[in-house]
Design a protein around this ligand. Structure first.
Ligand SMILES: O=C(O)c1cc(=O)[nH]c(=O)n1[C@@H]1O[C@H](COP(=O)(O)O)[C@@H](O)[C@H]1O
Length: 241
């Protein structure tokens, strides 16, 4: 992403709700104050493609975050199912392995072509921002978070996908593993003074952009504010400053 990107364009607001009317109203209210909207498992399990279309009608790019994690054939099928919706980017889990990531990249390109749409960015989730080193140890990963993210970033790049979801703390090493054009999508963002909640590896918006984040995924600090659009603008201003 070029350096001239407007700070607000880097902000994708996560609408983690089952309520279509609320999500649609937020998407309308946030137009001009954010670069896009993220719809995830909570929203999509409740509302499916119809809900996606209603939010997309607001006109903002959509990040469809369903974190596909299955065998290559099943992930390819899921991508064929969501491709006609035209998300700007969507997620798979890098832990699905290299063959699954290669199939995901190929399928996304083929389907975009077939539907006459721009090819979506296929983004691999690395180590969730709610996990720390002891959580990794509990699931049998002896390496530190940083080493595991670096390994998964390298694997994502060599498997031909477009970028990675990582915590702000791993931006520098993911950039090194993936290179300049690799998209870094970064949740775990907390403006100074906001509650971390369940996020364990967090950073401020300005520090994350300085470190090299392409897109900041921000949910509760915007959606929980009395005036979400004003909260988003304050975050964009803090990046500018
Ligand atoms: O893929 C994601 O977007 C994601 C990956 C990750 O490691 N951590 C993470 O928090 N997310 C998402 O980022 C959003 C963060 O929301 P807040 O914690 O409310 O800002 C949620 O929608 C999460 O699903």
């Amino acid at each position: 992403m070029p350096e001239t990107v407007k700070p607000s364009d880097r902000i994708y607001c996560a609408l983690d709700t089952v309520d279509v009317a609320k999500a649609t109203a937020l998407a309308e209210a946030l137009k001009g104050s954010v670069g896009g909207i993220k719809l995830g498992l909570e929203f999509f399990c409740a509302n499916g493609a119809d809900g996606f279309k209603r939010v997309a009608d607001a006109g903002l790019p959509i990040f469809l975050d369903l974190k596909f994690h299955d065998i290559p054939n099943t992930v390819a099928g899921a991508i064929r199912a969501v491709a006609p919706l035209g998300p700007k980017l969507f997620t798979i889990h890098t832990q699905g392995g290299p063959e699954m990531m290669r199939r995901a990249a190929e399928t996304a390109a083929e389907e975009a072509d077939r539907h006459g749409l721009d090819k979506p960015w296929v983004i691999g989730v690395s180590v969730l921002t709610s996990l720390d080193g002891s959580d990794l140890n509990a699931i049998g990963v002896a390496d530190a978070v940083e080493a595991q993210v670096a390994r998964l970033a390298g694997l994502a790049k060599s498997s031909g996908i477009d970028g990675l979801v990582c915590s702000p703390r791993e931006i520098t090493l993911a950039r090194k593993a993936g290179g300049e054009t690799f998209k870094l999508i970064v949740p775990g963002i907390r403006p100074a003074g906001s509650a971390a909640g369940d996020q364990k590896r967090v950073m401020t918006p300005a520090d994350a952009v300085t470190a090299g984040a392409d897109i900041l995924v921000i949910g509760r600090p915007i959606t929980g504010a009395d005036d979400p659009a004003a909260a988003a603008r304050a975050i964009a201003d803090s990046i500018n400053g």
